[in-house]
Design a protein around this ligand. Structure first.
Ligand code: UT7
Length: 320
């Protein structure tokens, strides 16, 4: 088995959707016009108080397992990307495993913020290509609404909750063709939740803080560079990509990246309008949406790419 290939996808959005006008009605000092013009976001889903990241992950995972036509018992590796875990420990991957009702598979979390899914699927691919594991469940799940300061209009309008999952299996037919991951920790302060728990108190801040313009500039530069790096590794040209599935943070970042790659927006999957930025969940959510509505077909060449806090960034090129 030479390759690791996606054999199923799934996703889940909490039922409550809040429009920009709903946020205004709840007292956020913003307007639908500002948010749509600057970000492309019209609404986002928000988990209710009873739903944790592992609950969203469970629904997405069940859908991915069903779409792959397997049972959860077949999974021998669970890698879950999140920055909003249920607990400090155990990992959300272990809680998900318990909720799936299975035991024994290796399970751990990956923390790379909005690049989390690109990191997680790349790690899973290495396990499968090494021959040590054959069937991975790779999940991105977030409840970012829990770490938003609803008085900070510069950040609270941008994010939403959700989960996406894929099953990645050993295969003789090509799957993941190339991947590139990077980080530059010297940029840790431009996007952070700079708090921790110590002696029963929160030290620092439990809320997301961001220098929006610095993040914007950084994202546009590194997303185009890392996409080219993954393409060069595999000897694939941008025009050979059927679908670009970028992290869904801001439609203007997505448009700028597509332009740099010379890709028309017709070949770019976007969900940011209705999901907002769901961090590690955004790529698998967009992937699953486009698989289920029939745009993405077996054999298509896909380029996934993410960028987020750390700073971290990465791209994954694959045959679906
Ligand atoms: O996964 C990565 C996560 N983060 C991102 O991708 C974010 C990247 N950055 C961005 O998307 C943009 O920088 C934002 C959408 C966050 C902000 O857009 P901007 O064009 O950079 O606006 P700005 O921060 O320069 O603010 C412009 C004005 C300011 O008012 P003044 O000082 O010009 O009077 C802000 O106070 O817009 C104001 N503003 C708002 N007004 C209405 C900021 N947030 C809002 C808001 N509603 N929600």
């Amino acid at each position: 088995m030479k390759y690791a290939r996606i054999t199923g996808t799934g996703s889940y959005l909490p039922p409550t959707a809040l429009s920009n006008n709903d946020l205004v009605a709840r007292g956020v000092d913003t307007s639908d016009e500002w948010v749509v013009e600057r970000t492309g976001i019209r609404s986002r889903h928000i988990a209710d108080e009873t739903q944790a990241a592992s609950d969203l992950a469970l629904e997405a995972s069940r859908a991915a397992i069903a779409s792959a036509g397997i049972t959860a018992e077949k999974i021998d590796l669970i890698i879950l990307a999140t920055s909003t875990p249920d607990y400090i420990f155990p990992s959300t991957a272990c809680l998900l495993q318990s909720k799936l009702g299975v035991r024994g598979a290796a399970a751990f979390d990956v923390q790379a913020v909005c690049s989390g899914f690109a990191y997680a699927i790349t790690v899973a691919e290495k396990f499968i290509r090494s021959g040590s594991h054959r069937c991975a469940l790779v999940v991105g799940t977030e409840v970012f609404s829990r770490i938003l300061d609803w008085n900070d209009r510069g950040t609270c309008v941008l994010f939403g909750d959700g989960a996406g999952a894929v099953i990645l299996e050993a295969s003789d037919t090509p799957g993941i063709l190339a991947s590139a991951l990077h980080a530059d920790g010297s940029y840790n302060e431009i996007l952070a939740v700079p708090g921790n728990v110590c002696g029963g108190r929160i030290i620092g801040s439990p809320f997301l803080q961001m220098d929006g313009q610095a993040v914007f500039k950084f994202a546009v530069k590194v997303l185009a560079d890392v996409a080219k790096e993954a393409l060069d590794q595999a000897g694939v040209k941008p025009e050979e990509i059927d679908w670009l599935i970028p992290h869904q943070a801001n439609i203007r970042i997505i448009q700028a990246t597509a332009k740099k790659l010379g890709m028309p927006m017709e070949k770019v999957i976007t969900t940011v309008e209705h999901h907002g930025n769901t961090s590690a969940a955004s790529i698998p959510l967009a992937l699953d949406a486009a698989v289920r509505d029939g745009r993405i077909k077996r054999g298509d060449t896909l380029l996934l790419e993410g960028v987020g806090g750390g700073f971290t960034w990465g791209a994954v090129l694959l045959k679906f």
